[in-house]
Design a protein around this ligand. Structure first.
Ligand code: ZN
Length: 145
């Protein structure tokens, strides 16, 4: 059975990021500065290079992947919750190269912004905390069933 909670939409922010910042660190910083504990993020733009990861379900470990070329950020989607008492951003990206080939994965530190336009939506609800999940080896939302 699915574990579901009800949330209420609160604020909405639109913004841009400075050229050269680390994409994941910048989103996390914005959430910390504005005390965003629960929310969603979407973004488009371009990156100078990318660091993404693939979760190996057997080894239960992230396999890092670095793409050292300019890429279009065709989509970033993610959520914001709490991990270890602090706002934590979990985001996935799809990135296209000059031929339109797409890379995709779990956004990791080391993805450098060329340009980025983002929208953050915040929610009212409980403090959604990530906890270690035995079935997957991941830190997942701890929802009471
Ligand atoms: Zn992920």
């Amino acid at each position: 059975m699915a574990a579901i909670i009800q949330i209420r939409q609160k604020e909405k922010f639109m913004g841009t990021m400075k050229h050269g910042v680390d994409l994941l660190e910048e989103i996390t910083k914005i959430c910390q500065e504005r005390s965003i504990h629960l929310g969603s993020i979407e973004a488009i733009g371009a990156v100078q290079k990318a660091s993404i990861a693939f979760y190996n379900q057997t080894k239960r470990d992230y396999v890092p992947m670095t793409i050292n070329e300019p890429l279009e950020m065709t989509s970033l989607t993610g959520n914001i919750s709490i991990k270890d008492g602090n706002p934590f951003v979990h985001a996935h990206v799809t990135l296209a190269d000059s031929k339109g080939n797409v890379y995709g994965g779990h956004l990791a530190p080391g993805t450098i912004v060329f340009a980025c336009e983002f929208i953050i939506k915040t929610f009212d609800g409980l403090m959604l905390e990530r906890r270690f999940d035995e079935d997957t080896g991941l830190s997942l939302w701890s929802l009471q069933e």
